[in-house]
Design a protein around this ligand. Structure first.
Ligand SMILES: Cc1cc2nc3c(=O)[nH]c(=O)nc-3n(C[C@H](O)[C@H](O)[C@H](O)COP(=O)(O)OP(=O)(O)OC[C@H]3O[C@@H](n4cnc5c(N)ncnc54)[C@H](O)[C@@H]3O)c2cc1C
Length: 563
């Protein structure tokens, strides 16, 4: 084995010939929520576990998650039929839940009368697994003290009003801190880490998994790890290897090649640059869902990494316009759905007319809807794009619409390197004036005839502080007749991506013939997400990460025992 280069993505060798530095039952690559769920699942199954983390600190994107969409300072998990639902009087039957999951995962294929609801069988099976085993995962993690959880009784799903959603509230979960307040991703990581270490799990930081060792039968039997500058280590995994390495947001080439639209950057952790995509390519695995991400509008001024998400656009006298001064999207829809508006392509002009979008608002919104001290500030990945102090940082202020347009255009010129050649159209101010007149008429009527803003209960809950007298539609109000007026320039970004190798219902990675690679598992944003294009509710990403991480860890431990 002396002639084998340990920097290769795939090492094919007889395990007897490999000079292993260490042997454990289960190796977990990545120390986000998916990785810790796998490690704890495996350790509870009696396995010896080693977590290898590429970065110098643990936690990945999970540790940065400081905000659900409505509760900016907290981090949620979303699990169908979770163990606490009955205590809040909610029932979540499987058939109904699957209709909601499938309807949004593959909207173009959804068919309520088909046995698999129109989805390819293997995708449908993963949704069933999420329903069946998500509850098992969170119950076990809660019970062992790794991830105490409580239900968010009143929180609505992102598509609470879809006819397919008969359980629109209660599936969200939060991590309660000692004082009862809702915890962040960092709290979740610390709790899971502590429990894992208690169970004997070993952790090494600054230890990227570089490659996978495959034996003559095609089973994954170990990994190479270490900094190229120092000596590589070879670690044997008797039961399995769980790749929980996050998505590929931090590799701009992969982002450009795979995502649907012109993504400017994202919030994912620095180590999330697609190692599993490259390893999968070398192994001949089937990649899927590569065009999807957990999308969010981001503040241009903080691009490209780490960006800052505008999880919700507060206020009623507030709209988003493109560089032609036209509204193009419902400003109260969820961040993931709103981001798709940036991707619109104008074939006549051969350009992306909605790149960027500019959020504009008046002094009433400025006074009522600023980030509160308890909100995470926008520079820390928080959700409200209005800085706490008017005119601070990325917020533009001017007395007239004409002056605001000049300021926006100057800001675009400043960010030429992020958005090359993108400036406001000469007709911006004229069009904006028409847009505002129409907005006034629709606000007075209470109906957004263009994008149905405020048409769902989720949107009405996200509309920010109300004002009196009430308007017929609380999410809409005419703009003040005089300035000052405000603007924040937004661009498309990701929390992280959600494409990668396919898994089966045991979280095993699948080769292109559909057969699992024995001993090789994946979970979290590293894999082709069972969600497809869906973002069902706040907490979807962590719900999936924890469920499939848990499944992978449990299965790998059992496999190790059976060897
Ligand atoms: C501000 C913010 C708020 C959010 N709020 C929520 C929320 O409320 N609810 C929710 O569900 N989601 C939320 N998210 C999204 C959520 O944080 C992520 O989707 C989730 O944490 C991903 O978990 P993961 O375990 O798959 O990946 P990560 O947590 O990103 O972990 C992956 C880890 O793998 C490491 N790694 C990469 N390559 C290798 C390698 N080769 N070897 C070893 N290690 C490697 C990385 O360094 C990283 O530490 C939020 C995100 C942000 C940024």
């Amino acid at each position: 084995m002396s002639d084998v280069s340990t920097s290769e993505l795939v090492l094919r060798a007889d395990p007897q010939d490999v000079p292993w530095d260490l042997t454990v039952d289960v190796v977990v690559a990545g120390s986000g929520a998916a990785g810790w769920a796998a490690a704890i699942g495996a350790a509870l199954g009696g396995a010896s576990v080693l977590v290898l983390e590429k970065e110098s600190a643990i936690g990945g994107t999970t540790a940065k998650a400081g905000g659900g969409a409505d509760e900016i300072a907290s981090t949620w998990l979303w699990i169908c039929n979770h163990p606490w639902l009955a205590s809040i009087g909610v029932h979540d039957p499987k058939d109904d839940a699957l209709r909601y999951l499938a309807r949004l995962a593959r909207p173009e294929r959804y068919h309520p009368d088909s046995p698999s609801l129109g989805l390819p069988e293997r995708e449908f099976e993963l949704l069933e697994t999420f329903y069946d085993r998500g509850t098992e995962a969170v119950a076990a993690l809660d019970q062992c003290g790794a991830l105490p959880l409580r239900p968010l009784e009143q929180t609505l799903d992102y598509f609470a009003d879809l006819p397919e959603n008969v359980t629109p509230r209660g599936r969200g979960l939060y991590f309660p801190r000692a004082d009862g307040s809702e915890g962040t991703g960092a709290d979740i990581i610390e709790s899971m880490r502590a429990a894992a270490v208690e169970l004997g799990v070993q952790v090494r930081t600054s230890s990227p998994v570089r490659g996978v060792v495959i034996d003559e039968d095609g089973s994954a039997v170990g990994v190479s790890t270490g900094d190229r500058a120092s000596r590589m280590m070879l670690v044997r995994a008797r039961g399995g290897i769980v790749m929980a390495t996050g998505g590929f947001t931090r590799d701009p080439d992969l982002v450009r090649s795979h995502l649907r639209g012109p993504i400017v950057g994202g919030l994912a952790s620095e180590g999330n640059d697609g190692d599993l995509v490259r390893i999968s390519g070398a192994l001949g695995l089937d990649l899927a869902n590569m065009n999807e991400a957990w999308y969010a509008p981001m503040v241009l001024d903080l691009s490209p990494y780490p960006l800052s998400a505008a999880f919700r656009l507060p206020g009623d006298s507030m709209i988003l316009v493109n560089r032609y001064g036209r509204r193009v999207v419902n400003e109260k829809t969820t961040y993931n759905e709103m981001t798709r508006a940036f991707f619109s392509w104008d074939p006549a002009r051969a350009e992306y007319p909605n790149l960027p979008l500019v959020m504009i608002y008046d002094s009433s919104v400025s006074e009522r809807c600023r980030a509160m001290p308890e909100d995470a500030p926008v520079t820390e990945g928080g959700g409200n794009p209005l800085p706490r102090i008017p005119g601070e940082g990325h917020e533009l202020v001017a007395d007239t619409w004409g002056e605001l347009a000049v300021a926006i255009d100057a800001r675009l010129a400043e960010y030429e390197s992020v958005l090359p050649g993108v400036r406001l159209a000469p007709e911006f101010v004229t069009n904006l004036s028409e847009t505002l007149q129409r907005w006034t008429r629709m606000s007075e009527l209470g109906i957004d005839q263009d994008f149905a803003r405020g048409g769902t209960s989720t949107e009405r809950r996200r509309s920010g502080a109300p004002r009196t007298p009430d308007m017929p539609n609380p999410t809409m109000h005419p703009f003040a007749e005089t300035g000052p007026y405000y603007a924040v320039v937004l661009v498309p970004g990701t929390l992280d991506t959600k494409g990668g190798p396919r898994i089966d219902s045991s979280a095993r990675l699948l080769a292109s013939d559909g057969a699992p690679v024995p001993g090789l598992y994946g979970a979290g944003n590293a894999i082709a997400s069972p969600a497809g294009q869906a973002y069902w509710a706040g907490g979807t990403t962590l719900g999936l990460a924890v469920t499939f991480g848990w499944i992978a860890g449990v299965d790998a431990a059992a496999r190790g025992k059976a060897q």
